[in-house]
Design a binder for this molecule. Structure first.
Ligand SMILES: [Zn+2]
Length: 63
């Protein structure tokens, strides 16, 4: 079985450090949008990715 690729930050290209909860609006208003938030430890910024469950399954889980 081949290793799944890691989700990486588009700017610095290192794998994301950990997932974050979406903000209140994201969870309660835009919950139907397949947006996930991950924290990049190099940029020190949380990035929102448009990522459906199907897409996310192609990648290694960010823990
Ligand atoms: Zn980064």
């Amino acid at each position: 079985m081949s290793e799944k690729p890691e989700l990486t930050c588009r700017k610095c290209n290192i794998p994301f450090h950990y997932p974050l909860q979406r903000n209140w609006i994201g969870r309660n208003v835009l919950f139907f949008l397949p947006i996930r938030v991950f924290f990049c430890a190099r940029c020190l910024i949380s990035r929102q990715l448009w990522l459906t469950n199907t897409e996310y399954r192609k990648y290694k889980r960010v823990i």
